[in-house]
Ligand binder design. Structure first.
Ligand SMILES: NC(=O)c1ccc[n+]([C@@H]2O[C@H](COP(=O)([O-])OP(=O)(O)OC[C@H]3O[C@@H](n4cnc5c(N)ncnc54)[C@H](O)[C@@H]3O)[C@@H](O)[C@H]2O)c1
Length: 343
């Protein structure tokens, strides 16, 4: 029997810890190897909880693993992913790929050319709640989608359980709420509703952090003819966790989702009471409808061990970067429409 895949981590913060736990929950056997974080206390805490060993630097991790998670702040992603693919490693890169579109494009091209297994952290594509919404939209009984209203808000993540401040530093984060958080939302809009053809947007900087916008309102036009209004805000209501609410208005069905992973999801048709499902009931409904509810980290390491493609990959992330960039260009112009036709 071949030996288990050796998995290393670059960055040992919030999302690395999350991946480590999800990977453990997947039950897929791997060998935990090097963990590097310049914040040594974080690396030590991670290893104490997850296994592996605290490495002396990034090269020790990269030279001693078959697959690596790149979970640093955003500005470090391109350099570390390049170093990984140069060694032929499978790589999981957190979103965003980079602080700007030009760098994300170069990186995605490099990863694709290397032909390595790669996956990105656009994890909402795998959410049971959003995939149930996707099935409810695709159902002929819903009729065509007419419009959607998407609100994404959270307290500005330079405090509280984030335990870090880099999201307030444009050199490390690239931008504010839209790149850091709503890259998920634009990706999800295309996953649920199809291609976006044009965007117009306005943005604001209420917290006065240079280069870090904390309020964006965007209008997305879809190839289907429907429109989406998307509002993304970083406020100071610390008691309020990261929350998304999406309402999809079809001709014959209203659908709302209020939590990223297991709902509640509510829908109502022309006659009858609304149906609301969440938690175990929602998962059972997904199973009944044949909607897969996979473990993203288990799938990544399984694909890496087989040398097979993983999903969502850098090409999916690059498309999301293009949409984010279009929103920023529109906002910089005062709201002029920017075309985003797939090319
Ligand atoms: N997919 C998601 O839902 C999701 C959620 C949270 C964060 N993220 C993304 O994950 C990344 C990390 O976010 P986080 O919340 O874990 O941040 P974090 O601050 O908790 O952890 C980042 C860690 O990276 C370390 N680091 C910086 N440079 C490094 C280097 N060269 N090598 C190794 N470690 C290095 C820092 O010391 C820090 O401990 C960001 O790009 C963020 O956008 C994605």
């Amino acid at each position: 029997m071949s030996s288990p895949l050796r998995v290393g981590f670059l960055g040992a913060g919030l999302i690395a810890t999350f991946h480590s736990k999800v990977l453990r929950a997947s039950g897929v056997e791997v060998e935990r190897v090097g963990v590097w974080d310049p914040d040594r206390g974080r690396a030590e805490g991670f290893v104490a909880a997850a296994g592996g060993f605290v490495a002396d630097g990034e090269d020790q991790v990269l030279d001693g693993c078959d697959a690596v998670y790149v979970c640093t702040w955003t500005s470090e992603h391109p350099r570390l992913v390049s170093a990984a693919v140069a060694r032929g490693l499978a790589v999981f890169c957190e979103k965003p790929l980079a602080v700007d579109l030009a760098t994300a494009t170069r990186l995605a091209d490099e990863v694709v050319a290397a032909g390595v297994t790669n996956q990105v952290g656009l994890v909402l594509r795998r959410s049971p709640a959003f995939n149930l919404v996707r099935a409810l939209i695709a159902d002929e009984a819903a009729g065509p989608v007419m419009a959607a209203v998407f609100r994404d808000d959270q307290f500005i993540p330079i405090q509280g359980h984030y335990g870090s401040t880099w999201r307030g530093d444009v050199a490390k984060a690239g931008a504010g709420t839209f790149l850091e958080h709503s890259i998920h939302d634009v990706d999800l809009v295309e996953h649920l509703l199809g291609p976006v053809t044009s965007v117009s947007a306005r943005s604001a900087h209420v917290h006065d952090l240079p280069g870090i916008e904390d309020s964006v309102s965007a209008l997305l036009e879809l190839a289907s003819g429907a429109t989406v209004t998307l509002t993304s805000v970083w406020h100071d209501v610390l008691a309020r966790p990261s929350l998304r609410r999406l309402e999809v208005l079809c001709r014959d069905r209203w659908i709302a989702v209020e939590d990223d992973w297991t709902g509640p999801v509510t829908w109502q048709d022309p006659t009858g009471e609304p149906t609301t499902l969440s938690g175990a009931e929602l998962l059972a409904e997904c199973e009944r409808r044949g909607i897969a509810t996979p473990n993203p980290d288990g799938d990544f390491v399984t694909a890496a061990a087989a040398g097979a493609p993983a999903w969502p990959d850098v090409t999916v992330a690059l498309r999301a970067h293009r949409l984010v960039d279009a929103v920023y260009r529109s906002a910089a112009s005062g709201g002029s429409p920017v075309a985003t036709v797939l090319g």
